[in-house]
Ligand binder design. Structure first.
Ligand SMILES: N[C@H](CCC[C@H](N)C(=O)O)C(=O)O
Length: 276
């Protein structure tokens, strides 16, 4: 049996995207790791599986798997690629789509200029919603990372993020601190580690060491989490240009209780088939 897929990316954060509506797919962590291998497989940061929604009035469900094989709650760059995929594959003729994820409904919109804007939902900060072991919710939490104490801001975009401010993303200790933060015992579900450089009140640079994937060229939920953390700390305005190693995102957040909006590109590199 052959399995059709598309290889896509959002600012270099790359995906294997599978139509699970018109194909039946059985995944396992081992198979995802094998397909995700950049030498012996297709190679990707995450695998996205598109399915019929289980909820009335919702167009699709989309499931996200890191290349380490674990299923996760949310993916921002993936949401844009999902929307491009279902439109280009003729699974929908809508430009505004509702899609169910493991942690709630998100709302991608295909823009006339080719970009995709996604309502990523309302960020959460309570320790139990991250999840993060802490006595109470705080703007900044000191975290012991190796020999240092790092001031992080924890944010959930459905998936967990620990964001710190650095002087420069070029010299930020991403390779050294990333794995230590990702696997820190105070994050029982592990965490994505963001390193944010403040350029101005409307511009940042960002690198993210992603849970289950390592450093990626861009992280959409990481960009959302970083801007939200920066706004809450009084460092950023409501609409921010985020420079990632793979390119630029625009993130907007009007404050507590409001959803985060992310705008950026979604690119199909090739379509393929594999014997599954
Ligand atoms: N590594 C993330 C999932 C992918 C998120 C990222 N690729 C994005 O664009 O948001 C996690 O384990 O929560």
């Amino acid at each position: 049996m052959t399995l059709r897929f598309s290889k896509m990316h959002g600012l270099g954060n790359d995906f294997m995207v599978i139509d699970g509506v018109r194909q039946s797919v059985t995944l396992s962590p081992e198979l995802i790791q094998q397909w995700g291998d950049r030498h012996f497989g297709i190679g990707f940061d995450q695998l996205l599986l598109v399915e019929q929604s289980t909820q009335a009035g919702v167009d699709f469900r989309y499931r996200i798997f890191n290349c380490d094989g674990d299923e996760v709650e949310q993916c921002g760059n993936g949401a844009r690629c999902f929307a491009r995929f279902v439109r280009d594959q003729g699974l929908t003729d809508k430009d505004e789509i509702t899609v169910e994820t493991a942690k709630g409904i998100i709302y991608p919109k295909l823009e006339a200029d080719g970009n995709v804007t996604v309502n990523m939902g309302v960020p959460r900060f309570a320790p139990e919603e991250i999840p993060f072991e802490a006595p109470n919710e705080a703007l900044i939490d000191p975290l012991i990372v190796g020999e240092r104490v790092v001031d992080i801001s924890v944010v959930s975009m459905g998936n967990p993020h620990a964001v710190q401010v650095v002087d420069s993303v070029v010299t930020a200790p991403v390779a050294e601190q990333g794995p230590l933060i990702e696997n820190h015992p105070r994050f029982p579900a592990r965490v994505n580690a963001g390193f944010m450089e403040i350029v101005s009140r409307i511009e940042i640079r960002l690198r993210v060491f992603e849970r289950g994937a390592g450093e990626t060229l861009a992280c959409g939920t990481g960009a959302c989490a970083a801007v939200v953390a920066g706004i809450r700390r009084g460092l950023l305005d409501e609409r921010v240009l985020v420079h990632t190693r793979g390119g630029d995102l625009t993130i907007a957040w009007a404050g507590s209780g409001q959803p985060v909006f992310m705008t950026g590109p979604a690119v199909t590199v090739f379509s393929g088939e594999l014997a599954a």
